[in-house]
Ligand binder design. Sequence first.
Ligand code: FES
Length: 136
Amino acid sequence: MGGTNPYIKYPHIERPKKKFKVTFLPQNKVVEVDPENLPYGETGLPGSILDIALKNNIAIEHACGGVAACSTCHVFVKSGRKSCNEAEDYELDYVEAAPGNTVESRLSCQCVPNGEEDLVVETPIWNRNLAKEGGD
Ligand code: FES
């Protein structure tokens, strides 16, 4: 189930109004997201990349349960970043602590696409041994 951090005041997040696709790397698995079915109620903010991934059996680590209190769900949003909510300071604190972070880095539990673009999301190579690639 999704959760929120009671110590964080979450901003308003724009919800998707049309279908979009997310390509997860390195699995190269493409999933179509229909806003009619969101949120999935998995983990992280409703409609987040983590929520989408887990619903589609893409394993991304999420040690804190998707409440912006770790950096294990770190991903690179390779394209489609402009369609995602802006990272808040509380997210950036953990992104900056994530190994190998770049301008493409987001916490997948806090990154919510609005559906205006398709996305390509990659799990960092150093997290792949932890990820159950292919899902289960
Ligand atoms: S799962 Fe901990 S910050 Fe995303």
